[in-house]
Design a protein. Structure first.
Length: 445
């Protein structure tokens, strides 16, 4: 019996938190709520904090108003802001009214920022010190702050105007002489982000600095909060998910796959499929153009799937690698020529490898005469040369399309593998029959 079956769940003991976590994605909202309220308070706290913001919002909205207040107060301001952004605007105000005035002000301040900016990601609660404090005074002050701040790993030194002067680590503070002043221990060269810095730029700061938290400051120098590495990891995961969905030829889902209704999912997938279908129609047009060649040498049709799929696969490989390189800033718009030269060499080499395999496949096939006819050697050369040209063309198309899109301020991820494959399918047929008309002229054509 399935412990999460809707007909049996009410009669069972509370499911273990690990079992609930493993089965969470397959449960309906009613089942999730039922299982959640059966957890002990300690288990529920840990489990609730481990959920994604979308799932936390669902749980909060499914609970009575009195219960909602308990769970929204469990979240720090930055996480609560993210949860509120998952809640419809008409219900968001009802949640805000349940918050204490100081917390509500913090959350409203964060909601004023764009979701993908540093201001929208930051937590306004951080450990702060005055430069004139002694080490003993600083430690006593930190004890009072400890339960109200995001982290005490980094201690930020501010003046009376709340401007960031420097940072000191907790370890350095504890190992210093008790009469030393904070201003003598702090490091004034601080890596920081502005309120409007994009989440992509912040993720680069974390990647280069290996810090666990980065301060966010106003253009005047006033410190507003901190962005922690766990905040940016979630953002990076979401961005990577969007890129993967685009590479697969769909619109961004914005919700978990199993939570989206079938009709919206069809709409998000139908658009690209329709565009690609119209693109593939040119394949039929290209084949119609070479109808006479196909009639004279029917054997050429045998290799059409092999030829065009090889070019599409090579293009998809190149597109995926270049899109990822652009996303990681390993390559920039000005590097297009270097990548063109590299793919020219790589595409030629890959084409030669596949062309050689195709050549041997025809020349060494036991029944080559009965299948390919007396001109099987010329057919083999045609296939081999076509593979070299089509794989090379696919590699160049796949690697250059992301640069073209980026040049026009479009997302390079939309140079998806299906789009590149469709483009190469059509052009590959032209290359294939053009090569055949040259090599087979006077023999089969």
């Amino acid at each position: 019996m399935n412990p999460f079956d809707p007909h049996s769940i009410s009669s069972l003991q509370v499911p273990h938190i690990i079992r609930l976590s493993n089965n969470w994605a397959s449960l309906s909202l009613a089942e999730r709520t039922e299982a959640f309220i059966r957890l002990t308070r300690a288990e529920a706290n840990d489990f609730f904090l481990s959920l994604k913001h979308h799932d936390q919002a669902e749980i909060i909205l499914s609970l009575p108003e009195g219960e909602q207040r308990l769970w929204i107060r469990l979240l720090p301001p930055d996480d609560l802001t993210d949860v509120l952004q998952e809640i419809p605007s008409e219900q968001r105000q009802l949640i805000l009214e349940q918050l204490d005035t100081p917390i509500r002000k913090e959350v409203l301040g964060l909601l004023a920022y764009q979701e993908d900016e540093a201001g929208g990601l930051m937590n306004p609660r951080f450990a702060r010190l005055r430069p004139e404090m002694t080490v003993d005074e600083a430690i006593r002050y930190l004890r009072k702050q400890a339960t109200h701040v995001e982290t005490t790993r980094y201690l930020y030194v501010l003046n009376h105007e709340q401007k960031l002067l420097g940072v000191v680590s907790l370890r350095k503070l504890f190992t210093a002489q008790s009469e030393s002043q904070v201003q003598d221990l702090m490091r004034t060269s601080v890596i920081k982000a502005t309120e409007t810095m994009s989440q992509h730029a912040i993720s680069e700061l974390f990647s280069k600095s290996s810090l666990m938290a980065i301060p966010v400051v106003h253009k005047s120098g006033e410190m507003k909060g901190i962005v922690t590495v766990d905040d940016i990891l979630e953002v990076v995961q979401e961005a990577a998910t969007e890129d993967i969905q685009k590479l697969g030829g769909t619109e961004v889902l914005n919700e978990p796959y199993l939570k989206i209704n079938i009709l919206p999912l069809i709409k998000k997938r139908a658009g690209w499929l329709t565009v690609l279908f119209f693109g593939e129609m040119f394949t039929a047009t290209a084949m119609a153009y070479f109808e006479h060649e196909i009639e004279k040498a029917v054997v050429l049709a045998l290799f059409i799937p092999l030829i065009i799929s090889s070019g599409g696969n090579a293009g998809s490989q190149a597109s995926t690698l270049v899109v990822r390189a652009l996303a990681l800033r390993e390559a920039r718009l000005g590097d297009w020529w270097r990548i063109f030269v590299r793919e020219l060499a790589i595409g030629t080499a890959l084409g030669c490898i596949l062309g050689f395999i195709g050549l041997m496949r025809i020349l060494l096939w036991p029944s080559r005469l009965s299948i390919y006819g007396e001109h099987y050697v010329l057919v083999a050369i045609t296939v081999a040369c076509s593979l070299v040209g089509i794989v090379l063309w696919g590699s160049l198309c796949g690697s250059m399309l992301p640069f073209v899109l980026k040049k026009f301020n479009l997302d390079p991820a939309t140079a998806s593998a299906p789009f590149v494959a469709t483009l190469v399918d059509v052009s590959g047929l032209i290359i294939y029959f053009s090569v055949a008309s040259v090599i087979l002229k006077g023999s089969m054509l």
